[in-house]
Ligand binder design. Structure first.
Ligand SMILES: [Fe+2]
Ligand SMILES: [Fe+2]
Length: 177
């Protein structure tokens, strides 16, 4: 599977969100590069790539740590924007953020603390598939709500009143949450 690269189709016309997403794609690609080529589908994936030296593995873990730290703030930023634009604290977009972070933390723990990098390697490829879907539905829904309410990310305020009922679905029109 080719690594995810930034394309204009990922842009959601919300500059701060787009900048964060571009950084996410670059950090993800950095981990992929340090891991080496994606594993062959039917090859046993119980370790980091066989030709990976300890230094390469350490560099991949460090790159994944950078990706995770960035993703924590990336998701927290969107969660704050959701709170400021009328989404319920419990909504499917925020829940998906929490789930992805949980999986990333576990993959990092396995790679860093137990020397088992297979989950991290698989997750890096999975995130490359997951991100465009998440951005095009959930993040796009949030970006639309920000525009609809005249939300200013700098001040955290809206020009328009918040919806009377808190939004529990992702806003992308494609979820049953
Ligand atoms: Fe996002
Ligand atoms: Fe998101």
């Amino acid at each position: 599977m080719p690594a995810l690269t930034w394309t204009e189709t990922l842009r959601l016309q919300q500059p701060q969100m787009d900048r964060t997403h571009e950084e996410f794609v670059a950090l993800l690609a950095d981990v992929r590069t340090r891991l080496g080529p994606p594993p062959v589908a039917d090859a046993p994936a119980d370790t980091l790539p066989a030709d990976a030296t300890a230094a390469v593995a350490t560099a991949a873990v460090a790159a994944f740590e950078r990706l995770l730290a960035h993703t924590v703030e990336h998701f927290a930023q969107e969660d704050r924007w959701m709170q400021a634009t009328g989404f319920a604290p419990e909504n499917c977009h925020s829940r998906q953020h929490a789930l992805v972070l949980q999986v990333m933390h576990e993959a990092l723990r396995l790679a860093r603390d137990e020397g088992r990098g297979e989950a991290m390697a698989i997750l890096v490829d999975e995130l490359g598939t997951w991100f465009p879907q998440h951005a095009s539905m959930m993040d796009a829904g949030l970006a639309q709500q920000m525009v609809a309410l005249g939300f200013d990310p700098e001040t955290g305020t809206c020009r328009q009143p918040l919806p009377e009922a808190a939004i529990r679905h992702c806003g992308g029109g494609g979820c049953g949450g």
